[in-house]
Design a protein around this ligand. Structure first.
Ligand SMILES: [Zn+2]
Length: 270
């Protein structure tokens, strides 16, 4: 892809990033009435950069760019998991991803990482991407947990603490990827995260709704029905969600329908 096209795609992305919004959504932890993020975000790799990982262009600021969709030009999806509650099905999920050769991302709270360092190390060793999900999963805006808006310094502190812990544990930084707790964000929060080195706030296209307690059969049906080229499919590792038991069938069903699975960075390659 040429530099001009890459920049045009980025410009389109920034236009879709839009004005301040506070989304309350299905980011797991027992929040009713969630909804899906559907802002079409397309991002092209920078031209002429030789790197082992596909290279996202630097987010231009002043706000972290919300990503809820990858490039639609290939029939691929990305599997992303949140880990903020218990150990749940994390081990079984990693087994399935490894057996199937599916690269995933994990939105990780510092508290979860501290409680499950073996699993975090395994995620990195097996090539998965860690996403900073804050230390304690407190809402940046207060929308979902009614604890008030966090200051920029508070948001940055919780991200710094988590990233420092993960770098120490695995050698891998979460930057430039962050996932807002509950999916709550607004311009002030996105400016605070951008200033802290998180150019991209990773949302999702398809929420499995496992966190709502629906059975695995419904999770499978829902993911297969809503999948589309470039989708980010969000699941949770916690035992409250039947996402772990559903995963194998979701992978099989998507492959039957012609989908491939790519890493978070690869999702934005045309
Ligand atoms: Zn979460």
């Amino acid at each position: 892809m040429s530099r001009a096209i890459a920049l045009a795609a980025l410009a389109a992305l920034l236009l879709t990033a839009g004005p301040a919004r506070a989304t309350s959504s299905a980011d797991g932890e027992a929040l009713a009435g969630g909804r899906q993020e559907r802002a079409p975000a397309r991002l092209a790799p920078a031209a002429g950069v030789a790197a082992p990982l596909p290279q996202l262009p630097d987010a231009p600021g002043p706000r972290s760019v919300t990503l809820s969709h990858g490039s639609t030009s290939r029939q691929v999806v990305h599997m992303s998991f949140d880990a903020g509650a218990d150990r749940g099905y994390a081990e079984a999920i990693l087994d399935t991803l490894q057996a199937e050769g599916v690269p995933a991302s994990f939105g990780m709270t510092g508290q979860w990482a501290q409680a499950n360092p073996d699993l975090v190390q395994r995620m990195v060793a097996e090539g998965h991407q860690l996403i900073n999900h804050t230390w304690e999963h407190r809402s940046w805006t207060g929308l979902s947990d009614h604890r008030g808006h966090q200051t920029a310094a508070q948001i940055q502190d919780t991200l710094d603490r988590t990233d420092a812990f993960l770098v120490d544990l695995t050698g891998q930084s979460t930057k430039p990827f962050v996932r807002p707790p509950y999916g709550d964000y607004d311009n002030a929060a996105l400016e605070a995260t951008y200033a802290d080195g998180y150019g991209y706030s990773v949302m999702w296209t398809v929420d499995s709704w496992g966190w709502r307690g629906i059975p695995a059969t419904q999770i499978i049906e829902r993911c297969l029905r809503l999948a589309e080229p470039g989708a980010i499919i969000l699941m949770h590792v916690g035992v409250e969600s039947r996402d772990g038991p559903a995963l194998q069938s979701v992978i099989n069903g998507l492959r039957d329908r012609g989908y491939g699975f790519v890493s978070l960075r690869d999702l934005f390659e045309s």
